[in-house]
Each structure stands twice: as C-alpha cells, then as structure tokens.
Design a protein around this ligand. Structure first.
Ligand code: ADP
Ligand code: MG
Length: 423
C-alpha cells in the first residue's frame, strides 16, 4: 500500500486525540500498511475499529469496511465524521440509501473524499456496486465482526460467506479481518473462508480479570435472583432469559419486589424496545431483563452484574453476554443458574433442526454443560475454550470464581441435593 513516510503516533494524536496505542494496535496497523493480510482477535472494547480506521485515513484511496448491522455502521460513521478535522470522510453504502444519496456517495468516492466506505455484505453482492468499485482506488478491505462467516460463531450470517469471491473481483487487495470471537474453530473457519491462512495473526488475551464467575444450581431461582439483585440497589445489571415469556414474567416479578426493572425482547414493538433500552442506558431503570436480542453494540461501562436465568446455548454467547459487565474495570458479577433439564430442553429444540446445525448445536451445548459442572477454575476453563492458557494459581483474576472461593465438597453436596429435589 502506498503511504508516505509517516509517524503513526502523530497521526493517532491528530485524528483521534489519543496519546498512546492500545494493546497491539500499532503493530496491526504497521503490518496492514505493509500490504499484508492481517487477522485481529481482540476482546470487545479492545479497540479494533482503530486498527482499520487509522490506516484508512492515511492511505491513498478508499477502504471498504464490511460490517453486519446497518445500525452499528451508522454509529461508526458518525463517530469518524465527528473527529474534528475530518468531516465527511466516512460513508455508508447500503439499502437505507435512496438513489440520490447513493449517487452522492459514489461521487465522493470518485473525488477521493471518502476514506472509509461501510458496506453490508448484501450490498456488496450487487453487481452495480462491484462494477463501480472496480473503477475507483481502494486501499484495503476490512471485515469487521468476521465471526459472522462461521457457523461455529454466535452470529452466523450466510451473506458473509461470499465476501472473498466479491473482493477478489474488485481487485487484489490486502484484507484485515477482525473479531472478538476467539475459539480456534471459528478462527480457522474465518481464515479458510477468506483465503487468508497466511495472514499475520494478532491475538490479545480474552481474560477479563475483574469479572467474578459463579454458577448456582437452579433451585428457587426467582427468590435467589431477587435476593441477589436487591443487594445492588441503584446499580445496573442485566438478567438474560431464553424465552420472551420468561422475560415478561420475570421483569414483572422484579418490579413487584421493588426493583426498577424493564423487559427487552424482539417481540416488543420497536418504540418500547428503544425506550426501555434508553432508560437502562440513562439509568432511569436499574435492571434490564432480556433475551439475547439485547446487547449487541451496547456499551454501558458500569454494568455491575449479568445473570443467566437460563443457561446459554454456547460458551461463546456466555462470554459475550457476561462480557457486558464491568467494562469500566470495576466489579462485574456473572451469575448463571444451571439445571440439567434446561440442557435437555435445548437438545430437544435442536433435534428439530437440520443435521449440520444440530451437530454444531449439540457440541456447543456440551461445552456449556462442561463449564457449569466443572470444579476447575472457571476462568481457566473459559480461556482454554478460547485456545488460551491460564494459570489458575497466579493468573490475573485467578481467585475470581466460585470454584476458587468455595470448597468443592460443599458444591458437590449442593449438586446431590438438586438431584434429590428433582426426583
Ligand atoms: P472493539 O471494536 O474492539 O470492541 P472499539 O473499536 O469500539 O472496540 O473501541 C473501544 C473503545 O476504545 C472506543 O471508545 C475507542 O474510542 C477506544 N480506543 C480505541 N483505541 C484507543 C486508544 N489508542 N487510546 C484510547 N482509547 C482508545
Ligand atoms: Mg468493534
């Protein structure tokens, strides 16, 4: 890629106002600017956007950024355009634009104004866009939320599978793929599908040392949660449930118990959903009771607890959902309730799915069962799942889980008790 002799730290300060790079950002950017393919695995909040935004700003031409959600794209574009000196350098090309707006974007790209062009994969498929992109100078392609390519990821999107073929049609371009999903299976899948098995990989630790992980048997779960949440009066927390019905019921139960809680699920009308989310963000509501529909792109730094009323479908989802606690580095208590019967229910549900989906689903579920039943350090279990080593004695946050603070014998006794109660 053609770039002038540049001082990256100066450019960082100039465009973003930051004095230092975070983690491996600088190395990532240097490698991309050398024209190599790069694969970035960093946890949420690690600062992935900057890894392609800064190089885009200082490279000749327009960088194409593939991103899965129109709403997320809009946030990012507004954020980049809000950087003081760089007005109007990021644009979106997707189905939300009318013809005139699309033409304007194309004109800006031709004029060399657009440094970052955000596209949804389903727009990239359009022949007319491909033809157009062939005629302009493209610096590189960034594929954000790259786990969407993999059926092993938590957010598979079939359109992502075609990206490689389309990019190849446009030109021979360096590719940077980024994700916060780090299981070796997903990583492998991404690299193969994008034809970037030779990419330089940058992987940061997924350890979240300030989160406390706890699993309890699902006995008297309503009462247990009410008791738990009551201790956090005035603090923010999320309770995840599998079904919309449970979300409704349980948010009401919390309200009856004097807790300022609101429901959130995809069955609510758009207005209520947005209103409830905003109230949570603005701290007019303390607790949000939600299905997995809640959370993508939500950045509330002071969430003090995340509770799983029902066990999630994969450890990946569990990590993403618990990861919404303690973003500010403060306390984050992650409490999950486990009943083997819930696993059976999920298995029955999977039995109705096509074979490949079922097999993947069952394997993911097995890992969840393993995690809930383990007497191992939970942080170690999670990190091993992500292909990362962790020292359960001296690693950062080693003591932050139930298994390192509660004697194992007591836990086993509780397990026996739950079995008896289920007879
Ligand atoms: P990710 O996509 O990895 O979840 P983001 O790109 O959204 O993370 O960045 C998370 C936050 O970190 C943002 O608020 C961003 O402004 C901030 N950030 C990124 N790089 C730096 C840096 N070098 N110094 C300070 N803050 C940074
Ligand atoms: Mg991101």
């Amino acid at each position: 890629m053609k770039t002038k002799n540049i001082n990256l730290s100066q450019e960082l300060k100039k465009h973003f106002g930051f004095s230092n790079f975070k983690g491996q950002q600088k190395e990532v950017i240097q490698t991309l600017l050398e024209g190599k393919d790069v694969f970035v695995l960093m946890p949420t909040g690690g600062g992935k956007s900057l890894c392609y935004q800064l190089p885009a700003l200082i490279s000749e031409g327009t960088a194409i950024v593939v991103s899965p959600l129109i709403a997320l794209m809009k946030n990012q574009v507004d954020a980049v355009n809000g950087l003081s000196e760089d007005n109007g350098i990021a644009h979106v090309l997707n189905s939300s634009l009318n013809k005139a707006q699309t033409n304007q974007v194309m004109q800006d790209i031709r004029a060399g104004k657009t440094k970052l062009l955000y596209v949804a994969p389903e727009s990239l498929i359009k022949e007319e866009y491909q033809e157009f992109l062939k005629t302009v100078k493209i610096s590189f392609v960034a594929i954000d939320e790259a786990h969407c390519i993999s059926e092993w990821g938590h957010d598979f999107r079939p359109e992502y599978r075609n990206i490689k073929t389309i990019v190849d049609k446009i030109a021979d371009l360096p590719v940077i793929a980024l994700t916060a999903t780090a299981t070796p299976k997903v990583q492998d899948d991404i690299q193969k599908t994008l034809g970037m098995t030779n990419a330089i990989v940058f992987k940061e630790s997924f350890n979240r040392p300030n989160l406390f992980y706890e699993v309890r048997p699902k006995v008297n779960v309503d009462r247990e949660i009410v008791k738990f949440v009551s201790k956090y009066k005035g603090k923010s927390g999320i309770v995840y449930c599998l079904s919309r019905r449970k979300v409704e019921e349980f948010s009401q139960l919390l309200q009856v118990n004097g807790i300022n809680a609101l429901p959130y699920h995809a069955g609510l009308d758009q207005k209520t959903r947005v209103a409830n989310q905003d109230k949570f963000l603005m701290e007019e509501a303390d607790v949000i009771v939600a299905t997995i529909a809640f959370g993508m792109g939500i950045d509330k730094p002071d969430v003090r607890f995340v509770i799983h009323y029902d066990i999630p479908k994969s450890l990946e989802s569990y990590y993403q959902e618990t990861g919404r606690a303690g973003r500010d580095g403060g306390e984050g208590h992650c409490l999950a309730f486990y009943d083997p019967k819930d696993i059976e229910k999920l298995e029955k549900f999977l039995a109705q799915k096509p074979v490949s989906e079922r097999e993947i689903g069952l394997q993911l579920l097995n890992e969840v069962t393993g995690y809930t039943e383990t007497s191992m350090n939970r942080r170690q279990y999670l990190l091993n799942y992500f292909g990362e080593q962790f020292d359960p004695e001296n690693g950062e946050g080693a003591k932050m889980c139930d298994n390192s603070t509660n004697p194992v014998a007591l836990k086993d006794a509780t397990k026996e008790l739950i079995k008896l109660l289920q007879l």
